[in-house]
Design a protein around this ligand. Structure first.
Ligand code: 0A1
Ligand code: ZN
Length: 873
């Protein structure tokens, strides 16, 4: 437990800031052990009340008001580290000097060192670890930052905004000044300093403004920045073309750091990135890594307008910037390649992370009502479901009105800290559509369940579709109201041809997909002139983040082959296979022999025959539903039975379709240079999907051969991950080879840890314990911690849920060890233990026991306390 009961922050308690800060002058004197920070704040009263400044772990050395030193009695230090200055006038200048120790900062929030360089992370509440300040997003100020350091220690010194001068000191120091002309909240402040080299490109905006683009990395990494730079340039162009948004500073800097809590951070003019989302070359990075870089680079760049120019009033509005920016990066990536495949991957991700969250103890609305630790709310719900809600609005009002809405939102809210209502009302005004009921999507947790029933009336040639919705209760929200659900749909005739549709009351039939809007709990839609009972195709493109339940297996089979909408084709295959697997899990539980459904073989063969047109889609269609997804459909999960069924099906498909799989595999052999365009990525994905089935059927040799001959990391890693499940030398030799080759490369070594953590082999729990003690394992590095602990707990349901509880014990041990080092990462990793309600009683008891053990740990961080206590509540 934390020493005192942690404070809960509530959305309803919002009060405007007592003081505003118009300008901030920061002077840094960098030293790893003792950095000095002088801050001059030009303040102005906004509401009645005392001047309370946030601060955490700061040593105050001096304080003065309008040039006069403040006596100690007027400086009141709070237990939380804050500083209250008594007797301040309504406006003036407060100057403080504090000392901090960046090299002691293992939480990686505030100013910290990594590999001898200095980096900051201020979102959400890191700025208060740098200086005393009203550290809340609705205090927006203009910053001037001067950084002084030993020339040798820090040849490069960066902050937000534009360069504002440099100079030399006598004592081997130099200084650099940065001026940011745009007002910004403190969470967007950044400083990066040390030995860094740059990869540079010029960029000219559509109105002719010259911008210097720079990616700052450690020497030796320059040859891995090409894809990040290319992604940045494409993002900048795209935002100009699609949203008319141009970059607004003379420089755009990106700095890569290997110790970072999240993916990246959108600090104004100085994005800081986890190296994982910058560095790539074909020998070290997989196609997934390349795609991740493109997405994250775009995401952070797009924040320049949605997040930075227009920011959040308070942290409850986090999805205002995150949901909207994820929507924007999804649209960008969709425009770079196959829109359908992008949508499938995004939905896969939503279901893997957000749906379980929405059904678990940490379920919260896209706009939460309360939090103990805001770091815990950078969640799939705020990000991915938030993006889905923006997409709902886009779908409802159409692309043109959405663009007008964006223009209005930005024109009206520029340089302000606003709320989700401000966004929705801009969309409403620009479209003329009443969107008030869409607020239900922001304020209610839980995934709506959608069911559809239909009947055909031959005499009147009418077909009636009845849609119903229901939102399950979630912690603190027992009662739910219906939300508006746009259902994109179409009708197919018996031959699979798309029928034009005419709803009762309409004059003319319309071709293709149309949008129905389910507004209440239940609604019927009558279609006229329907010649024969049709097959409905519902929720095309996944038009709403809901669970569509109860579509009959025959319809799924039909749609999987015939639907004109690629998403529904994929989805129907997935749902069909899920239903089959659920029935087989029951057989497995009754110890009955597991059979095989010939429809699966047929589906695999059909997919392979058509694969040439869109290999990426084929790769998605070939994948069986994941173990986690299947388990999520069960009242009480049974990870071992689900695993057994999936392995059985993989081996059966591999055996029965070996000829076709092998032909496709051979036909897709790489020739020529490695390329990262969508088609090349799709071809590799398909080839490796075939390989996985062939290995499941026993052909380990094929994976060994591919491991040896692979010319890129995608193919090498695909082979290695299959070999990691094998017995004997087929496994040990390539794992040792991989380590020998790559142990000097942190990002690649992370993959070596993850692959072993996710192995199906029976000895994996013991192997994971051993890897935890491996000399290359480092709990302080978030990427490494995630690569072992996170990969095991979230990516290996079979062994995480080992019957003897060893998986749970390991996770709790790791969380307890990590919490004092980096509470934010510890709190993130503990998540899987919260899913105990969906496990059988014996497992659930073991999980609860570990959660209690974590909770009984002295001096637990607020974040881990919040996650563990809510999981047990
Ligand atoms: N705003 C960033 C995410 C981020 C949040 C918190 C961080 O530190 C605790 C770091 C990054 C984004 O959306 O990319
Ligand atoms: Zn973001």
């Amino acid at each position: 437990m934390p020493d005192s009961a942690p404070h809960t922050t509530r959305r309803a308690d919002y009060h405007p800031p007592v003081f505003l800060i118009d300008t901030v002058e920061l002077d840094f004197r960098l030293d790893p052990a003792a950095t000095l920070v002088r801050a001059r704040l030009a303040f102005r009263r906004n509401t009645p009340g005392p001047m309370r400044l946030d601060g955490v772990g700061l040593t105050l050395l001096e304080a003065s008001l309008d040039g006069t030193a403040l006596p100690q009695e007027r400086l009141v230090h709070g237990e939380d580290g804050s500083l209250t200055v008594e007797g301040v006038p309504d406006s003036g200048t407060l100057e403080t000097l504090v000392r901090i120790a960046p090299q002691e900062n293992t939480e990686l929030s505030g100013l910290y060192t990594s590999g001898g360089n200095f980096y900051t992370q201020c979102e959400a509440e890191g700025f208060r670890r740098i200086t005393y300040f009203p550290d809340r997003p609705d205090v927006m100020s203009r910053y001037t930052v001067t950084i002084t350091a030993q020339r040798e220690l820090c040849p490069v010194m960066l902050s937000n905004g534009n360069p504002g001068g440099t100079g030399h000191g006598k004592d081997g120091t130099h200084w650099v000044r940065w001026v940011d002309p745009h007002p910004k909240p403190s969470y967007l402040f950044a400083l990066v300093a040390g030995e860094l080299v740059t990869v540079h490109e010029p960029f000219v905006t559509k109105s002719g403004k010259q911008v210097s683009l720079n990616i700052w990395v450690r020497r030796g990494d320059e040859d891995r920045c090409g894809h990040a730079m290319d992604s940045l340039i494409r993002s900048m162009r795209w935002d100009e073309e699609v949203f008319g948004l141009e970059y607004d500073l003379d420089v755009f800097n990106i700095a890569a750091v290997s110790d970072f809590n999240m993916g990246a951070m959108e600090n104004k003019g100085l994005n800081v990135f986890n190296t994982k989302y910058v560095l790539a070359k074909p020998e070290t990075a997989t196609d997934g890594d390349y795609q991740g870089i493109e997405t994250v680079i775009a995401h952070e760049y797009f924040h320049n307008w949605t997040g930075n120019r227009v920011t959040c009033r308070d942290w409850f509005q986090l999805s205002l910037k995150e949901g909207l920016t994820v929507f924007r990066d999804q649209e960008f990536s969709a425009d770079q390649g196959s829109r359908a495949v992008k949508r499938i991957r995004d939905v896969r991700g939503l279901r893997a992370a957000q749906f379980p969250e929405d059904a678990g103890p940490m379920a919260h609305p896209v706009r939460p009502e309360s939090y103990i630790e805001i770091d815990n709310f950078y969640t799939p719900t705020v990000y991915q479901k938030g993006a889905e809600v923006v997409r709902l609005i886009h779908t409802r009002i159409g692309a043109a009105a959405f663009r007008r809405g964006m223009d209005l939102y930005i024109a009206r809210c520029d340089n302000q800290a606003v709320t989700i209502e401000d966004f929705v009302s801009a969309m409403q005004e620009a479209s003329g559509v009443d969107l008030s009921r869409f607020m239900g999507w922001y304020d209610q947790a839980g995934t709506p369940e959608l069911t559809a029933e239909d009947r055909y009336e031959p005499e009147s040639r009418r077909w009636v579709l009845t849609l119903r919705q229901q939102i399950p209760p979630t912690p603190g929200q027992a009662q739910k109201h219906p939300v508006p659900i746009p259902v994109a749909m179409g009708l197919l005739d018996g031959a699979g041809t798309e029928l034009p549709t005419r709803l009762a009351g309409e004059n003319e039939a319309r071709p293709g997909t149309r949008l129905l809007l389910l507004e209440g709990a239940e609604q019927s839609f009558t279609f006229e002139d329907v010649p024969a009972p049709p097959t409905p195709s519902l929720l095309r493109g996944f038009s709403a983040p809901v669970k569509l339940k109860g579509v009959a297996p025959e319809r799924l089979r039909f749609l999987a082959v015939h639907d004109t909408d690629p998403f529904v084709r994929w989805e129907s295959g997935l749902q069909y296979a899920t239903g089959l697997m659920l029935r087989m899990v029951e057989q497995q539980q009754r110890s009955e022999p597991l059979g095989f459904d010939a429809a699966l073989e047929e589906a695999v063969r059909t997919t392979l025959r058509a694969a040439e047109t869109d290999p990426a889609f084929a790769a998605e269609a070939l994948a069986l539903p994941g173990e986690g997804f299947v388990a999520d459909q069960m009242e009480i999960a049974d990870p071992a039975a689900v695993h057994a069924v999936r392995e059985h099906l993989r081996a059966e498909i591999g055996r029965r379709c070996a000829d076709a799989l092998r032909a496709t595999y051979d036909g897709l052999a790489e020739s020529g240079e490695y390329r990262v365009d969508g088609r090349s990525i799709g071809r590799r994905a398909l080839r490796n999907a075939c390989l996985a089935y062939l290995v499941a059927a026993g052909d380990t040799g094929l994976a060994s051969a591919q491991y040896g001959s692979a010319g890129n990391m995608t193919d090498r890693l695909a082979a290695l991950s299959l070999l990691a499940d094998a017995e004997g030398p087929a496994r040990e030799a390539p794992l040792a080879d991989f380590h020998a080759r790559w142990h000097g490369d942190d990002l690649v070594l992370d993959k070596w840890f993850s692959i072993q953590a996710m192995s199906k082999r029976a000895d994996t729990p013991a192997a994971v314990r051993a890897l935890y003690r491996h000399p290359d394992f480092d709990l302080r590095n978030p990427n490494r911690a995630r690569s072992l602990i996170g990969a095991f707990a979230s990516g290996n349901p079979l062994h995480f849920h080992a019957e003897d509880g060893e998986g749970y014990r390991f996770l709790a041990d790791a969380v307890i060890a990590l919490d004092p080092i980096n509470g934010s990462i510890a709190a993130r990793l503990i998540g899987p233990l919260g899913q105990w309600r969906r496990q059988a009683p014996a497992r659930a008891a073991l999980m609860q026991r570990e959660l209690r053990r974590v909770l009984d740990t002295p001096k637990l961080s607020r974040g881990t306390f919040e996650k563990a206590s809510k999981a047990l509540a």
